[in-house]
Design a protein around this ligand. Structure first.
Ligand code: 8YV
Length: 310
């Protein structure tokens, strides 16, 4: 059977499907990584994930590598330029996770706005008999600015419209056939909206795109929801502004150094936190896994890849 190197475990069904076609070599289980990699010098295929990725050094340790199949739409963990320079194809799992991520974006925005997590705690702590919970904000009629109107951003926009929100977006270019208001300047959009939902990928151009100016423009009545990458926001500045009330709130599924974050976040009443769960539904993870497997089978059979990058 054809050999496959895996950098991190994947859901059981993906492991089973891969095992039908490949002999799996598990990098994460190797005690002596160098010896393991030396043994894998003939391996042509790799399955990796958004977090474990594959850097140029790992590619160099695997000189026969020709396809990297990544579990996830974001491929910031993979040095794609280095891969292409070495003639290695890279694939990801776009589209199949759009709905799941958009759902969580709406859920986190609702949770923060209607204080669902805190209200649940209030009931569990037996406080209700002593008086009702404080009144909350409402999404109806509020204006949301989507940072990154890509495939996931468009699904969020559709859902926000159903919630009777006004929808705007910021991105590098105005999209001529989208009905939403376009802002070429992110700070200008932040001034006008109540919410920003960030869903852009990590790359040098997006790192700390949401800086102090943007957060200041969003202001004490505004809130940010991030399901893209933690690197997008200046996290230290955001924390400071959430503490001082200069920024109204944040619903965060991703963090700069995840799974690590400042424990100060845990104490804040104006945040909702989630452990990078955007695509983490049974259905979506199976669909992502199917793409990882299909890309590898195609690569092995020298057939066109399902979702090549670049
Ligand atoms: C996953 C993601 O958590 O697709 C992405 O870019 O961030 C998530 O779907 C991750 O890639 C799993 O490895």
């Amino acid at each position: 059977m054809t050999d496959l190197i895996m950098t991190a475990p994947m859901p059981p069904k993906v492991m089973e499907d891969l095992a039908e076609h490949f002999t799996i070599h598990k990098l994460w289980e190797a005690e002596d990584k160098a010896a393991f990699l030396a043994e894998c010098s003939q391996v042509e295929f790799m399955a990796t994930g958004g977090h474990s990725g594959c850097d140029a050094a790992l590619m160099d340790a695997l000189p026969s590598l020709r396809t990297i199949s990544s579990f996830g739409v974001g491929y910031d963990g993979i040095d794609v330029k280095a891969a292409h320079e070495r003639g290695i194809n890279v694939t990801n799992t776009p589209d199949v996770l759009n709905d799941a991520v958009a759902e969580l974006a709406m859920g986190m925005m609702l949770a923060l706005c209607r204080r669902i997590v805190d209200a649940d705690k209030f009931v569990r702590e037996g406080k209700w008999p002593d008086g009702g919970y404080a009144l909350t904000g409402e999404l109806t009629g509020a204006k949301v600015g989507i940072l990154g109107l890509g495939r996931i951003g468009k699904e969020i926009a559709r859902r926000a419209q159903v919630f009777k929100m006004q929808v705007a977006y910021h991105g590098r270019n105005k999209q001529p056939y989208e009905p939403y208001e376009y802002y070429s300047d992110l700070t200008e959009m932040a001034k006008d909206v109540d919410w920003i939902i960030a869903v852009v990928p990590d790359n040098p151009a997006t790192r700390k795109l949401v800086n102090r100016d943007v957060l200041h423009a969003l202001g004490p009545n505004g809130a940010i929801v991030n399901l893209g990458r933690g690197t997008l926001i200046d996290e230290e500045v955001m924390l400071e502004m959430l503490k001082s009330g200069e920024l109204g709130g944040a619903a965060l599924d991703v963090f700069d150094q995840e799974p690590k974050m400042s424990p100060e976040f845990w104490e804040l009443p104006n945040v909702v936190l989630s452990p990078h769960q955007g695509s983490a539904t049974v259905k979506t993870r199976i669909a992502m896994g199917d793409m990882v497997v299909e890309n590898l089978i195609r690569a092995k059979d020298n057939r066109p890849l399902l979702s090549p990058i670049g």
